[in-house]
Write a protein that binds this ligand. Structure first.
Ligand code: NAP
Length: 248
């Protein structure tokens, strides 16, 4: 089954890391791509240029995923300027680690607001038009922390587990409308998010990865692109770990 060309994809948190790699990979596959970011306008502009050079239309929009109205505006602009949204990828996310004993309310709410409410806002803004057209697919980026839990990350693990429950419920709800929803759950991926980890934490993590290295953002993007394609037409409600075996 060949992929239909000229699909439109919307990627949250597209300016850096895994989201950035997904923008480029989806553009390579012929998608027109809109992506949002929160603050790093230089990174967003550079990506807009790089992805447009692949011969597709690219739209970078500053929109904080915690702001429902801004996200609705992002979806509307995407539909107006690029056309109906076929693929939604939610990659915007942060960490703010602390043992529960020291966790501040601000850390808790910040992580839940961006990582979980953000996914809700993006999917909520896109779902009605997809249901009307009876097609579409959603790929939400969770984490192995959402499946197994990570010490010092109760906030992050809860947000990422929430994404898995959300996506499974959405797969049941939207499946009858021809919409698929899946989760990608990465392990340690080499991005800005993990570059701040202290040496000791990184060394311990590397020792527990059977493949002996961190993953690359483009490897996660390959999985996202596969799930966005017609080759994954019978896959919905699934969680795909991409972690070099760290969870075995
Ligand atoms: P990253 O390199 O830090 O990039 C995060 C991206 O999200 C940036 O484009 C950032 O935009 C955007 N973003 C953050 N807060 C936002 C907000 N409120 N509204 C809109 N955009 C926002 O992170 P990453 O490593 O690529 O992570 C991407 C996703 O993968 C996250 O959901 C993360 O939890 C998940 N993940 C990552 C790893 C890993 O090892 N890296 C492992 C498992 C899961 P600005 O630059 O403008 O702030």
């Amino acid at each position: 089954m060949g992929d239909k060309l000229s699909r439109v994809a919307l990627v949250s948190g597209g300016s850096r890391g895994i989201g950035r790699a997904a923008v480029l990979r989806l553009a390579q596959d012929g998608h027109d791509v809109a992506f949002c970011y929160r603050s790093d306008a230089d990174a967003a502009q550079a990506l807009e240029k790089e992805a447009s050079e692949l011969g597709v239309r690219v739209l970078a929009v500053r929109a904080d995923v915690t702001d429902a109205q801004a996200v609705r505006g992002l979806a509307e602009r995407t539909e107006d300027e690029l056309g109906p949204i076929d693929v939604v990828v939610t990659s915007a996310g942060i960490t703010s680690d602390n043992p529960l004993l020291l966790m501040t309310d601000e850390q808790w709410h910040n992580v839940l607001d961006i990582n979980l409410d953000g996914v809700y806002h993006v999917c909520r803004a896109a779902i009605f038009a997809m249901m009307k057209r009876k097609s579409g697919c959603v790929i939400n980026v969770s984490s192995v922390a959402g499946v197994y839990g990570n010490a010092r990350q109760t906030n992050y693990s809860a947000s990422k587990a929430g994404i898995i429950g959300f996506t499974k419920a959405l797969a049941k709800e939207a499946g009858p409308y021809g919409i698929r929803a899946n989760v990608v759950a990465p392990g340690f991926i080499d991005t800005d998010m993990t570059s701040t980890l202290q040496g000791g934490v990184k060394d311990r993590a590397l020792k527990s990865i059977p493949l002996g290295r961190m993953g690359r953002a483009d490897e996660v993007a390959d999985l996202i692109a596969y799930l966005a394609s017609d080759r994954a037409a019978y896959i919905t409600g699934s969680v795909f770990q991409i972690d070099g075996g760290i969870t075995i």
